[in-house]
Unconditional design. Structure first.
Lengths: 320, 289, 282
């Protein structure tokens, strides 16, 4: 195993990050870390359903957007701060997940994945065409009531807290009976049912949990931006990033998605600055391919030499 | 009112044929190797862009560019096959999962590549006959739609002829229906599936040009085409060429007729809802083979 | 509690049973304090797939502690019947009862929790998990066990019983076929079953492995107070292990009796060998 110490080390570093603002670092650093923590939290939560249970969702950005819009609307209508209502945003996202997941979690493999994409596009269309979300004009929210630097710090701390809580939660799941069940679903859902695993219930639970986290992150980001529009709140690219981070980092370890997030974010920054956004995204497309072919268990598997290389495809799969 | 309905039916059928070509290619790969090629519509979009490029460069009709595009895309299909089946299949246990991510990554790569080269904005394949229509019995038949549909029909016809009347084609169908059985009969699986991939991507090129004549296309748009194709393949089942074709027509009709009833912006949503509905009721497809 | 001594509530036990009350290996039946394990009663089961009648009106029982064999030529409906018993398929008609619990209305995972353990003809281990975790998962979800560590300890005991203790840390993919079959059985055992459905466990084994497997089946029955229903083609195994044999052909039960009776049953011979016993004066 990756040592227990590594986990404590990383947690320690993260907690230390909470004190970083005291050093008055450059805004750029705080913003980078803010995005990193956000992605890491969402990727870690996503991993419960995607990595552990093997149900690849490319639609988690819908929960992010949902949380942002719901808390944003509450701010606009009733003046409630999204920082306080973030859990409500998470709950709204979880409800969306329930509605979307109940019919679709019965589907397997590609059917499920495509439906998750459909869900994002569908939600986007709805939000674009319904007047009370601001529709195509977007939703203007009041600015946060603090000065810019303080705002940045507050949002930074908020996502850091979410990340730490998520990491703790994910770590618990991974070692729990719940995590066991999810992994059997990934390996062989029918054989899992034969030993008593209530697959649907577990999948739904995983979906709701991951949606909740994404919703909360969305709430914070919404407040930060102060302007919401379906085009960037329901953009597939963050969903792709989340998947990439979780798979790249390693899906069987609670630190995996975090490591993946760090690697991908750094790569993204470098690429966007030096080569341009599209090139960065192109590379991520390629990276997805490389990762899934050469490192299906993620980068973390390089350190965790628990299991030997996967046995090549056997009966029923592609044999030339 | 009746005229509007007839008009919608005609347009729907014409559009349906172009959908059908895309769906047929998609199901070729799915049927023979169990791979869901998310990048399939991305290839179609790429073909549209290349057709645009070529037709501007040399002043020819986009349809004519297919002469070069079809062989090129056939080759691309074979390359995809080698990469996916040879490399990926050997290294992973879970090909279903792996191939989905693989093709998603490929699609993303292609989408952004196209955006990099041509920008993210929408384009149309402009031709001498864009915007013109023939009047048949009071029904307006837009020429781009007509030609796109004809392309679709021709391609499906060629594929049908190939799959049902040539030996290699029958080998492809054999693998499509019963992989292990086909292998037992001495059919060289690897070569046959490579052929299937080549045909699939080549037909994607045709679909791309056909759809580019009718619709605007843009790099990120492959995703919506994917949903449509997925819907078609789910409705028609992955089992046969004709099933996919028929379902393509059906979806074209539904999409066209729904505009009469609901505002345009909700059309896609209606299609999505239809997709989910079908998936829930009959994941294996509405139409029996 | 009813006559047969088990609770008729077919719902999962989660939360009802603290870890200590999960029965130790081979000890007491499900309901503490009651002595009679339930019988498996299959009554009038029929199932058709489109135009093909896979099963027609099949009825028989597996009494507590019995080892019953289910044989028949290929396509006679044996696996279909297994799938119906374990909840993967719903019959068109008929009932399957474990004691007083009707199984046909339960989802597969509920059937597993009520007391039916099954192996698959083509072994399906959880490949990415270790051998130990394969069985631990079964214990966690097949019984009321909540504690992962305890489940792993119990899994170890089961593995020791089937002879896989040395391999427990290996990923399941690395086992040999015979070991994988034993793992299948271990997983089924993990769910603390009352009735064990063995689907062609003896296939593909060489003679020595076969002897070991037969011995294991007997030990299973003794140690865990199980009834066993096995589908099998390997006749030697069937004849040696089963007290009773049920014979299916084209979805119908054509014979039921002791091994000796079945071996000379004219219709069975007819179906397997195409022998017309009357014509040859038997």
């Amino acid at each position: 195993m990756i040592g227990r110490h590594d986990g404590r080390y990383v947690t320690g570093v993260l907690v230390a990050c909470a004190f970083l603002p005291l050093l008055r670092p450059q805004e750029y650093v705080l913003t980078f870390l803010y995005n990193l923590f956000s992605y890491a939290a969402m990727a870690s939560a996503w991993n419960i359903l995607g990595g552990l249970a093997g149900y690849l969702s490319f639609g988690h950005v819908a929960f992010f957007g949902c949380g942002a819009y719901v808390t944003g609307l509450m701010l606009v209508r009733w003046g409630w701060s999204p920082l306080a209502t973030a859990p409500l945003g998470g709950l709204a996202a979880a409800m969306l997940a329930l509605v979307a997941g109940y019919p679709t979690l019965r589907l397997r493999g590609p059917y499920f994945t495509v439906v998750t994409v459909v869900m994002v596009l569908a939600v986007k269309i709805v939000v674009l065409n319904v007047p009370w979300t601001g529709a195509a004009m977007g939703l203007w929210m009041p600015f946060p009531p603090w000065d810019p630097f303080v705002s940045r710090v507050i949002f930074y701390e908020a996502v850091l807290v979410i990340l730490l809580a998520t990491l703790l939660g994910v770590r618990w799941v991974l070692h729990s009976k719940f995590g066991f069940g999810l992994r059997t679903i990934r390996e062989d859902e029918d054989a899992a049912a034969a030993i008593g695993v209530p697959a649907f219930r577990l999948k739904l639970g995983a979906l709701l949990l991951s949606a909740f986290v994404c919703g909360m992150v969305g709430a914070v980001h919404g407040h930060d931006r102060s302007y919401l529009h379906p085009d960037f709140m329901f953009d597939l690219h963050p969903s792709i990033m989340i998947v990439l981070m979780a798979l790249f980092g390693g899906r069987d370890h609670w630190l995996g998605p975090l490591i993946g997030a760090v690697a991908v974010m750094i790569a993204d920054e470098l690429l966007t600055v030096y080569v341009g956004t599209e090139a960065a995204r192109m590379l991520f497309g390629l990276l997805l391919i490389v990762v899934i072919v050469f490192l299906p268990a993620g980068v973390i598997s390089l350190r965790v030499r628990r299991q030997p290389k996967p046995v090549p495809a056997g009966r029923g799969l592609m044999m030339p | 009112m009746l005229l509007e309905v007839v008009q919608a039916v005609v347009t729907g059928l014409l559009v349906g044929f172009t959908f059908a070509v895309l769906a047929v290619g998609f199901s070729l790969i799915w049927g023979t190797t169990g791979v869901v090629n998310i990048a399939h519509p991305a290839f179609a979009v790429l073909a549209a862009f290349l057709a645009l490029l070529a037709s501007r460069r040399w002043g020819i009709d986009p349809i004519a560019t297919l002469v070069g595009l079809v062989p090129l895309f056939f080759a691309l299909g074979v390359v995809l096959h080698e990469a996916l089946i040879k490399v990926a299949a050997k290294r992973t246990r879970e090909l279903g999962l792996a191939s989905m991510i693989f093709t998603f990554g490929l699609a993303s790569f292609m989408e952004n590549g196209m955006a990099y080269v041509w920008g993210p904005g929408p384009r149309v394949l402009n031709t001498a006959y864009t915007g013109t229509a023939a009047q048949v019995l009071g029904v307006s038949v837009p020429l781009p739609h007509l030609y796109g549909a004809l392309l679709g029909v021709a391609t499906i016809g060629v594929l049908y002829g190939f799959l049902y009347h040539t030996f290699p084609g029958k080998a492809v169908r054999a693998v499509w229906q019963q992989r292990d059985g086909a292998a037992l009969c001495g059919i060289p699986l690897h070569r046959v599936t490579a052929l299937a991939y080549g045909l699939s991507i080549a037909s994607a090129a045709v679909a791309g040009v056909a759809m580019g004549l009718i619709y605007s296309f843009y790099p990120a748009g492959y995703m919506v085409w994917l949903i449509n194709v997925f819907l078609i393949v789910i409705v028609g089942g992955v089992g046969s060429l004709l099933g996919a074709a028929a379902a393509g027509l059906l979806v074209g009709l539904v999409s066209s007729l729904s505009v009469l009833v609901i505002p345009f912006v909700w059309t896609n949503l209606a299609l999505f809802a239809l997709l989910i509905l079908v998936l829930l009721i009959r994941p294996s497809g509405l139409l029996k083979r | 509690m009813n006559r047969t001594g088990i609770s008729t509530v077919p719902v999962p036990h989660s939360g009802e049973r603290p870890s200590q009350s999960v029965p130790a290996l081979g000890a007491t039946p499900r309901a503490a304090g009651c002595a009679t394990p339930p019988a498996l009663a299959i009554t009038g089961v029929s199932k058709a797939f489109g135009g093909l009648q896979a099963l027609s009106n099949v009825s028989f029982r597996v009494e507590p502690g019995e080892i019953v064999g289910l044989i028949g030529p290929n396509g006679s409906g044996k696996t279909t019947l297994f799938n119906i018993i374990s909840g993967l398929l719903r019959p068109d008609a008929g009932s399957v009862r474990l004691g007083a619990t009707e199984l046909t209305r339960l989802a597969p995972h509920e059937v597993a929790r009520v007391g039916i353990g099954r192996t698959f003809q083509i072994v399906r281990p959880f490949q990415g998990l270790s051998v130990l975790d394969n069985v631990a998962a079964a214990i966690l979800y097949g019984t009321g066990q909540q504690d992962v560590r305890a489940a792993r300890r119990q899994a170890h005991e089961i593995l020791a019983f089937v002879g896989l203790a040395h391999q427990q840390a290996l990923p399941a993919t690395q086992l040999t076929l015979s070991q994988k079959k034993r793992l299948e059985v271990a997983k089924a055992l993990g769910t603390n079953p009352r009735v064990l459905l063995l689907d062609e466990v003896f296939a593909g084994l060489h003679p020595r492995e076969l002897d070991e497997a037969i011995a294991l089946v007997f030990r299973l029955r003794e140690q865990f107070s199980l009834s066993i229903l096995l589908v099998e083609h390997v006749m030697r195994a069937v004849m040696q292990t089963c007290q009773r044999i049920v014979v299916l052909s084209y979805g119908q039960k054509i014979a039921e009796g002791t091994p000796r009776e079945i071996a000379s049953h004219p219709q069975v011979l007819q179906v397997y060998l195409g022998v017309d016993t009357h014509a040859h004066g038997h």
